[in-house]
Ligand binder design. Sequence first.
Ligand SMILES: [Zn+2]
Ligand SMILES: [Zn+2]
Length: 131
Amino acid sequence: MQRRETKQRETVLNAVCARCDHPTAEQIYQDVRALNARISRGTVYRNLACLSQDGKIRHVKVPGADRYDFRTDPHCHAVCTRCGAVLDVPAAYDAELDRETAEATGFEILLHRTVFEGICPACRNAGGSGS
Ligand SMILES: [Zn+2]
Ligand SMILES: [Zn+2]
């Protein structure tokens, strides 16, 4: 890999690690843009894909968006269905569930992703018990 590419990858990786709110690719692009106006959206998106493939960051699929996470250990997420905020939740990864599922289906289970959906505290406090 060329020096310039390595540098760009580092910049993207740092941008992901600088945030703990599970940014979208677009948010990362904006952050990287602020540091290096010459980096293109395509470059940022491509580097995000490479970094998650390499296991340096984690691609988090939640309803409505693709997000990125600097935490690569298996953990569960909660997503707010109003504002889209994504949080880490303390629920432990259930390895037993993988084992049971493997047994029941004959699959070799690699992992499962748990996403809780609900209303985050900020949105709850914003009031409006309606809808
Ligand atoms: Zn919310
Ligand atoms: Zn996370």
